[in-house]
Structure formats: C-alpha cells, structure tokens
Design a protein. Structure first.
Lengths: 293, 615
C-alpha cells in the first residue's frame, strides 16, 4: 500500500492540555485563580504575622477602627478582639468547610451515582428513589435536629452540608454514567470479562472527571454560603472560633457604629465566591470542545 | 459552457498553535448539466473546498483565490449577496440526513419555509410544489410523508427529503457531500440512481463528493482526485480508471474492492469446501436457534410493550481457523448476534456453545474463564478505546483480568510484543488513543483482542469507519493473524465486497434470520437467495464501462420493521420473485449443493430462469 495517512504527524492535544490552554486565555478565570491563591496564602500564613491571638481581648481598644498604629489592621470588634486575625481564622473555617464538605459530597456522590447508573434496573430505581426521599427532607429541620442531638460542633456542619450536597452530585453522575456505559470501550471491557468494580474505577469514573471538576468549583462557594447562612442563624461554629458567616452576622449588628466589622469579612467572602464562580465558569467553557476556538 | 470555475482556491485554518492548509491551490471547472466527482480520503480537503465556495467555512478558516459563478466571484461577495445564491442557485446535500433536518419541524415545515421565503408563494401553492418534488425523488406516499417528522423516516427516505428540498428552488448546481456514506449499499444504489434521474430530468449540474471510487464510476462524467489538499489528477472517468497517470490514483484504484472480479484473497481457501457437512468434528462455535428479543415501548399505547425480534432463530457453526462473514443491511440484527454470542446482551432462547461448553447456561463468574477464548473488535476504533487510558494500559487490561499472576515486567513485555505484531511501535505505549489515526486505533483494538491469544474474534464492522486503503491494510493484518494464531473469525459487514476476500463462508442475514450460507466464492458466482443477489448487485463496480452496462437489481423500499415482520418469507415484501406461497409459508433453511438457503424458489433460481411472481 503506497498510501499512509499523515494524520499521525499532526500534533494532537489532550483534552486537559487543551482545556488548560483555553483557561489560561480566559482573563476572568485567571484573575479569579490568582486572587484565590492570594486569599489562600493569607488565610494560612496571615494569622502568624499578627501580634494578636484570635480570642485575645484588647480591653482598652474595643470597637476601634482600622489603623496601622495599634496593629489592628481591620480594627477590633465590640469585645476588643482583633478583626484581622479573626477574619483570617474565619476564612480558614469557611474554606475548610467548603472544601471538606465538597470532597465528602464528591466521594459519596460519585460512588453512589456511578453504582446506580452502571447497574441500572431495579437497583437504580431503589437508589434514586432514596435520593428523592432525602431531597424532600427540609434542610433546616435536618440541621436543627442534628444540632439538638449532638450539640454544636464543626463536624456536624461538615456532615449536615455533605449529606445534602451529595444528592445533586449523585444525580449528575448517574446521568453521565447511563450514557457512558453504552459506549463501546465499556462494552469491550465487559467482553473481556472485566469485573464491574474494575469497569467503574477504570472506565466510568475517569471519564466523569470533566463534569465533576466543573461541578466541584460550583459546589464549594455554595457550601461556603450555606455555612455562612447557618452561622448567621447561630447554628454554625462556636465562639470564640469564628467563620466568615459568623463575622458577617456580628458585623451586621454593629453596622451603624462600626461598619468595618461588616465590611472586611463581607468583602473577603464576596471576593472568594466571585473567584470560584469565575474559575468554574472558565472551566466549563474550557472543557467543552464545542466552545473552543 | 462553464458554469462554475474555480482557480487557485486555497483554504487555510488557524488553530490555536498552527496554521493548517486544507486546500492548496485548486483549479477546476464545472460545466452546465455535468456530474463531477471529487474523490479523496478523509482530510484530503474535498469537503472544505466546496464549503468555501458557498462561504460555509468554520469561523477559523479563510479561503483565497477566485470562484467564478455567472460572472461573479463568490469568494468576494458579501454575505447578504451570497445568501441569495446559496440554496437558490447552488444547493448542498450533506452526509448525515438526520443532523441536517430540524427534528422539531415536520417535513412540510422544513420544505415550505425556504420556498415561501425565496419565491413568495402562497401556502397551498408551496405545499403543492413540495409534494411534486417529493414524488420526483420517488418517495412513496409523498402526501403522507409530508406530515411526518424526520425521526419517523428511514435514513434513505431522509436523504431523499434532503435532496427534494435542495431541488425545490431548481438550482443550477447541486453539491452532494458524501450523501451515501451513512447509508446501506442497497439504499446507496437507490440514491445514486436518483442522482442520475435528477441530472437527466432537471439538467442540474452535480458535484458528487465521495471517498469511494466505486460510486463515481457509474455516475460521474469527470473525476477529480484529491490528496492532502492537492489536486492529484483530473480527467474523464474512463481515463482516470483505465489510464491513471498519478501514483496516488493508481494506489487508490488498487485498494477498491471489486466484488465481481477475481482478486487475490487475503486467505487461503483449502479446497473451497469448508462447508458444514464435510467436517463432523465438533466445531469451535456452535449456535443453535438463537433468539434475542427486546421489549420496546409502544408509541401508540403507553402501558403496553412491543417485542423487537432482533435475532430470531439463528443457527451457525464455525470451525477452528475458519472465517465466517456475516452480511446484511443495518438493522438486520448482525451486531446483536455478535453481542449475543459474547453474552453482552441477554439471550431470549437458544444455545451458544464454545469449545463444547454451553455458554448460555453459565452464570457470569463461571463464564469469565471462557471469555479469554473469545473477544470482539468494534466498528468505531476511537469510541472503543477509553480516552483516559494510555494505549499501553488499554492493551494490558485483558492481562490484568485473566493473568493476575504476571509481573509488571512480564505484562509490559507481552504488550510490547503484541503492539509490534499489529504494526505499532513501542513509542505508542504511553500515548492516548486520540493521538492516533483511525487505522492505528483499530490496530490498538486488534492488539487488545489478540493479547490473550483467543480462539474466536468477532469483528463487528471493523473497517467501515476507515478509508479504503487503510481498510485493506487492516483486513490483511487480520488475515495474517488468523493464519499465524489459528484464529476463527466472525467478520460482520454491511457490504458484501468487504467480506469477500477474507471469508471462507459467508452468511447473509435479513431481519434477524439467516437467509443464505455459502462458501465465499460460490456466493458471488451463484447467489441463490434473491436478497443475496440484490446485495451483490447493489455494490457499485469501480469500472465505468461495466458499471454503466450491467443490469442492476435495485431493491425497492427499506428494511421492514423487526417489530412486525412480514408474514411467510420475511423478504417477500421486497422480493421480485415473490408469489402466493412466499406470503404464507415460512421457508426453511435447506441445503442445495454446498449452500444453505431459505427460499421457496431457490431451486428455480439456481437452475436459471425463475418465474416472476405476481404482485
């Protein structure tokens, strides 16, 4: 045969490499990622740079405004605690809740959804009806119940949020799995006699990652918001530990006399949410080959 | 008279990292009322050059040069002007009729729209004109078809509707971009006939783009051969076929399968008698009365289910080292049969025995050891490889499952060996499937099938998605491997020409049943079942003189629905010899010399002139 296609000489790119290139050209997403990195850095190392501890009460300086002279960069609250340190500590909690709860929902959601979707039939029907039942439970009622039984505890918040969030993930993953299992490479694995677990781990889950990666960047801000909401209601983290949500709540009570108590945590919270949304948006565009130019 | 003149046409695409030259300076012209063929492999720039003429290139592409149509340079025309020409003077039919029709509009909706816009006709007049056009493209019951949605029509019917809507505004030029590639050979033959009719009746000039030289032979007066954006050769069809000058054209001609001519087969046929009766030693694979029925939703009544009989009583046997070709139109159940043998779909009834063990009785865990004896190669090479796994891992996977005792090193050694054997180097080990071309991907698929040294490989249309020269390479490879490892192959195809050179015996399937099984050569020389002869006749011959002279038996209509198959002989609705008996009595598969055939009139057909049935 004198003819050989030259297709193999063309430089072909991988889905992820391509997505990364597209993402890098997306200015909003890259700015978001940069800001996110700065916030993460500040939240992790920032508290060590301040001379105050998060629960130290500086009695002579209660409710003073931001100033460099006193070392209270963001001012203090009504109890004289340094707002700079507290905001950064609050950030740690908020981001931790966001990431941990999302990862929990990710793990449960993927394994549950992929199992239901892959095996299908009656198992799928039972598993998905169970999800429907959980969906029908009022979220606040569920959280209050947990708090009453087990006391206020940061672990409970992870649990409560994770328990609700995996439902969405399970539905999305199940839908994707239903179409993936029809693909020929899955059939090829079945014909080889590869076991169901191996097919799920090797063939189904890796091909779900595109959707999951996008979904997770949209879940994290959502979880942070839910935690803020719980803290705002007084169901979140316990004093003297704090979170962005709790700080915003306290700040809102002193809005007229000490606006900085609201402004700093609210600004950081809003910035973080914007960052995640922009990154998520950028990733969705980047991973969709049809959108790519 | 020159209707369209293209000179120095260049098409470039800008991708994120480089500039791709899809067409590198193309010159050609089209005379009024002429049928011009453009032939080339995928990636040769044949589609892009006509898309650029109509200004339909993707956003990242630009065209330069001149395209002269009625004194205007189409490439320089503003979009608004071009839109007046597009559809009205030059019209285009695409490869996939389903995606080019709007699924939310009825045929009436799609067709009248353009007509009322361009010609300002009243609704009634527009409808009348559309029905006339549908009748012109030979759609039976045109008025009824008018109110249907695209998904309710078969692929062939959809393509007819597309052609009809292109002809509505009586264009000067009809461009057909691989209009038959997605269709069965039998339907392809109908569409080609239709194209000829249109050309004769309306005097429309046609540009017919295809990768298949065979199609061009009977249809086109002049042919352009393209390769990688360059024009290789241009000339009258007879000249291209009988005195090709260009080396590429010659190679392309050699690669075309010729169903009616003797060519060197890929396999050795020992004595031509690998029939069933002759060899009584227990066969490798034995399929007895296999049925696979699916229950599908009834569109008319919500609660009830209908039974789709995809495979309905199939008997097969396969000797060690033998190749059985299975041929039939799409929807005849050949792929379901393959999957049923491998137990990938649940079997309704019947028996499948491999190496004397009855697979159908075994539960999945007990079946697993037998799975390494049989395997499958799929049609779409890229879709059958997991895009997130490296080629090395894809090929290793069967070893992980069946030989967990092997060390990492040993697995790697075996994988490298088998990749070498299928003609892929070791550098592919850490690369991902999308980095390979279609033919290379199919080699990876073969390597994966081969690594456990199975006894039986089922090839489900392994070459249908590939270019013709690559098809031959893959077939040759399969034939070589068969000889080397003593494999048995079941080779499924929708095209009789493809299986001819690789099969010892060929089984023809129609609507879930086998209608004829015969030794490969005998089948082509003396087809006994009328369906087989129609299938053979539908394959276009890549020889202009023979193709124009030979009488074609065109099958009318489409494959009936397997939900409600015709009574008696299933082929009776499309058979030209059908008589009263065929409508009531189901023909049994019986032996006539070396052939098994299910037709009441097979004896008459084998001896010569059959009496024509009364319709």
């Amino acid at each position: 045969m004198g003819i050989e296609t030259k297709q193999d000489q063309v430089v072909v790119k991988s889905l992820w490499g391509d997505a990364w290139r597209t993402l890098r050209r997306n200015r909003a997403a890259m700015t978001g990622a940069l800001l996110m990195a700065i916030i993460l850095l500040a939240v992790t190392v920032g508290p060590w740079l301040s001379q105050y501890a998060y629960d130290f009460t500086d009695w002579p300086n209660t409710s003073i405004g931001p100033s460099l002279g006193t070392g209270h960069f963001f001012g203090t609250d009504t109890l004289g605690r340094d707002l700079f340190v507290r905001t950064l500590y609050g950030g740690r909690i908020s981001l931790l809740v966001g990431v941990v709860a999302s990862v929990v929902s990710l793990l449960i959601g993927i394994s549950y959804g992929a199992t239901a979707g892959y095996f299908g039939g009656r198992l799928d029907a039972i598993m998905m009806r169970f999800v429907d039942i959980l969906y029908a439970m009022p979220f606040m009622f569920f959280v209050i119940l947990l708090m009453v039984f087990f006391g206020r505890n940061i672990l409970m918040i992870f649990l409560a949020i994770g328990a609700i969030n995996w439902l969405d993930m399970a539905r999305i993953v199940r839908g994707q799995t239903l179409s993936l299992k029809q693909r020929e490479f899955v059939e090829a694995a079945q014909a080889q006699g590869v076991g169901a677990l191996a097919i799920l781990v090797r063939h189904i889950v890796p091909n779900l990652l595109g959707v999951v990666a996008i979904y997770i960047t949209l879940t994290i801000p959502q979880v942070i918001l839910v935690e803020s909401f719980l803290s705002f209601l007084g169901l979140g983290v316990q004093e003297p530990m704090t979170s962005w949500g709790a700080l915003v709540k306290e700040g809102s009570e002193e809005m007229e006399t000490a606006p900085w108590m609201l402004l700093f945590p609210a600004f950081l919270l809003a910035t973080t949410l914007f960052c995640f949304n922009f990154i998520g948006d950028g990733m969705r565009d980047a991973l969709d080959p049809k959108d790519r130019q | 008279m020159k209707l369209l003149e293209v000179s120095g046409l260049k098409v470039r695409f800008w991708t994120s990292d480089c500039e791709v030259q899809a067409v590198k300076g193309l010159n050609f012209h089209l005379d009024a009322g002429e049928i011009l063929g453009i032939v080339g492999e995928s990636g040769s720039g044949k589609s892009q050059s006509v898309l650029s003429i109509l200004g339909l290139l993707a956003d990242n592409g630009t065209a330069s040069g001149t395209v002269n149509f009625c004194g205007q340079n189409l490439l320089a025309l503003p979009e608004a002007e071009l839109r007046k020409i597009r559809g009205k003077r030059i019209s285009m039919v695409f490869q996939d009729p389903m995606t080019s029709l709007n699924p939310y509009l009825t045929i009436a909706g799609q067709m009248t729209q353009a007509l009322r816009q361009h010609k300002k006709l009243s609704k009634e007049a527009a409808q009348e004109h559309c029905v006339e056009m549908l009748e012109a493209v030979k759609i039976p019951d045109a008025r009824k078809c008018f109110d249907r949605y695209p998904h309710e029509l078969s692929g062939g019917m959809r393509q007819r509707v597309m052609i009809a809507s292109c002809l509505l505004l009586s264009p000067d030029i009809l461009i057909a971009d691989e209009p038959t590639t997605a269709l069965d050979v039998t339907v392809q033959a109908q569409i080609i006939r239709l194209m000829q009719d249109i050309n004769e009746r309306f005097g429309t000039a046609i540009i017919f783009i295809t990768h298949d030289l065979g199609v061009v032979a009977g249809l086109c007066e002049r042919v352009l051969v393209m390769h990688e954006g360059d024009l290789m050769e241009e000339g009258a069809t007879r000249k291209i076929f009988y005195q090709p000058k260009n080396a590429y054209t010659k190679a392309l001609l050699e690669a075309v399968s010729r169903p009616h001519q003797q060519v060197t087969p890929f396999i050795q046929r020992d004595g031509e008698t690998t029939g069933q009766g002759q060899d009584e030693t227990s066969p490798l694979l034995d399929v007895h009365n296999l049925r696979v029925h699916f229950s599908v939703k009834n569109p008319e009544r919500w609660s009830s289910k209908l039974l789709l009989k995809a495979v309905d009583g199939v008997d097969l046997s396969l000797q060690s080292g033998e190749t059985l070709g299975v041929v039939g139109e799409s929807g005849c159940g050949k792929s379901t049969l393959a999957r049923a043998i491998l137990r990938l779909v649940p079997i309704t009834s019947g028996r499948v025995c491999l190496l004397g063990k009855t697979l159908t009785d075994l539960a999945e865990p007990k079946l697993r050891p037998l799975r390494k004896e049989m395997t499958i190669i799929f049609q779409d090479p890229l879709a059958s490889l997991n895009p997130r796994m490296t080629v090395g891992n894809i090929v290793s996977e069967p070893l992980w499952t069946h030989r967990p005792d092997l060390s990492r090193q040993a697995v790697k050694r075996e994988v490298m060996e088998v990749l070498q054997r299928v003609g892929l180097g070791n550098e592919g080990l850490n690369r991902y499937p999308h980095e390979f071309s279609g033919g290379q991907c199919q080699r990876v698929g073969i390597a994966r099938a081969l690594i456990l040294k199975p006894r039986l490989i089922i090839c489900d249309e392994p070459v249908s998605a590939l270019d013709v020269p690559i098809q031959n390479q893959i077939m040759r490879l399969l034939a070589d491997l068969q000889r080397e490892f003593g494999l048995s192959l079941i080779f499924i195809a929708h095209d009789l020409a493809v299986v001819r050179n690789i099969s010892h015996r060929i089984a023809v399937m129609y609507l879930g049943q086998i209608v004829e099984v015969a030794p490969a050569l005998g089948l082509y020389e003396r087809p006994l079942h009328p369906y087989t002869s129609a299938l053979i006749s539908a394959v276009p011959v890549p020889d202009p003189d023979t193709e124009r002279k030979r009488k074609k038996q065109l099958l009318s209509g489409d494959l009936p629905s397997p939900i409600n198959p015709p009574s008696g002989c299933r082929f009776q609705t499309r058979c030209r010899y059908a008589e009263q008996r065929c409508r009531t009595e189901v023909p049994e598969l019986r032996r006539i010399s070396q052939t098994l055939v299910a037709c009441h009139k097979a004896e008459e057909l084998s001896t010569g002139r059959p009496t024509r049935g009364t319709h």
